[in-house]
Design a protein around this ligand. Structure first.
Ligand code: ACO
Length: 370
């Protein structure tokens, strides 16, 4: 495809990679040159995207400068013919790849959640098809992204592209997915690959990624909100007939040191070894009232203990002091009275503010005790 400007001034290599910045590799120049280049790259990408859509019979282009700008995980490869158009150069091919999260099924109906490299758009100008340009562009991409053709997921491939994959990479009998993607048998990792990936990886989520980014097992890691210890649930205690002493055994989130859940090993251990926490007895009665009554009794006992302690303190510390003070006051008054009428016999009676046992009667004490 030819353009009104000189393509060779923008693209210096026969195959160039354009990312979401739209700035071609090896660009050098000032701000003005940058704007000029960006405008030309935008024209090229939009024109090639439209041509590809027309060739595939699509109503809307899959590739445009705007879309590319908004997708950071996509790569666009452009095939350039530097000698075409009287040395102005021409753009002959386009190949767009990207990482996508997909749900895919193998032939046996097992489903996988994958983060796979995908072929999103592929086009060679009509005047150059079937002359090997497609293969050149595709091979370049495979090398750059270090991926094998069978590990790619292909978005709605045309018959031409299926023929291309069959001819150059012997990929036959595609597995069509419900999401319109197509994969081949080699896309799914073998059992060996899965085991090797699981054993070799040291990452905490090692079970999550097999070859090709496949997540064979989705394991919830003990991090974040799932790892946070939960407070003891009082309703749980009542239901399980636990006293507050066993509240610490209330199920909580696993700690970070807890090894990953290994279903088969766990099952085997469960058969061999006794459980970590002794199994709690079932409640004798299903009535929740029993547990509630016990709780109320505990509270009553606690309050009774506190009252007894306060009374004891009063007896030992406060009352003797007050009695002492009052005695002194009483003696001084007696002395005064004796001085005024020395002949009146004084009867030593228990002061009215004391009880029979000689303790201070609390009804005469008006200050706060606690
Ligand atoms: N009819 C049937 N098979 C074709 C055709 C065609 N018109 N064109 C290419 N092929 C296949 C054949 O297997 C062919 O081998 P053959 O000529 O011996 O039969 C082989 O591709 C040729 O290989 P290349 O020359 O390396 O590939 P080419 O430069 O033709 O590029 C491409 C292949 C990109 C598929 C090109 O044909 C094209 O642009 N087609 C129109 C757009 C299109 O269908 N793109 C793929 C959409 S799917 C997607 O993007 C995910």
């Amino acid at each position: 495809m030819e353009f009104r400007f000189n393509v060779n001034e923008i693209f210096k290599q026969p195959i160039v990679q354009v990312g979401h910045t739209l700035i071609p590799q090896g660009f050098k120049g000032d701000r003005r040159a940058l704007w000029d280049t960006l405008s030309k790259v935008t024209d090229i990408v939009n024109a090639m995207g439209s041509a590809s859509a027309t060739a595939q019979g699509l109503t809307k282009p899959i590739t445009s400068a705007d879309r590319l700008r908004n997708s950071e995980n996509q790569n666009l490869y452009l095939l350039i013919e530097p000698n075409a158009c009287n040395g102005k150069g021409a753009v002959t091919g386009l190949l767009k790849t990207g990482q996508k999260g997909l749900y895919v099924f193998d032939r046996d109906g097992h489903h996988y959640h994958v983060q796979a490299p995908c072929i999103l758009d592929f086009y060679v100008h009509e005047s150059r098809q079937r002359t090997g340009f497609g293969k050149t562009l595709f091979e370049h991409m495979l090398q750059k992204e270090t991926v094998h053709p069978e590990k790619l997921a292909i978005d709605r491939p045309s018959d031409k592209f299926l023929g291309f994959l069959k001819k150059h990479y012997s990929l036959v009998d595609p597995i069509k997915q419900m999401n319109n993607y197509v994969v081949y048998d080699g896309f799914f990792p073998s059992v060996k690959e899965m085991e090797a990936t699981n054993n070799n990886s040291n990452s905490p989520n090692k079970n999550m990624r097999g070859a090709n980014g496949l997540q064979a097992q989705i394991v919830t890691s003990p991090y974040g909100r799932y790892g946070a210890p939960r407070p003891a649930c009082s309703m749980g205690q009542i239901i399980h007939n636990q006293s507050s002493a066993v509240a610490a055994q209330e199920p909580t989130g696993e700690s970070q040191e807890t090894p990953q859940h290994q279903p088969q090993q766990d099952e085997a251990k469960a058969l061999e070894a006794p459980p970590l926490h002794p199994k709690l007895d079932r409640p004798q009665t299903l009535s929740l009232q029993t547990s509630t009554d016990e709780g109320m009794n505990n509270i009553k006992n606690d309050v009774r203990h506190e009252v007894e302690e306060v009374e004891e303190t009063l007896k030992i510390e406060v009352v003797p002091k007050i009695v002492d003070e009052l005695d002194k006051l009483h003696i001084s008054r007696e002395k005064e009275a004796g001085e005024h009428s020395s002949d009146t016999p004084q009867k030593k009676a228990t002061p009215s503010h004391l009880t029979d046992q000689g303790f201070f009667d609390l009804k005469f004490y008006h200050n706060k005790l606690w």
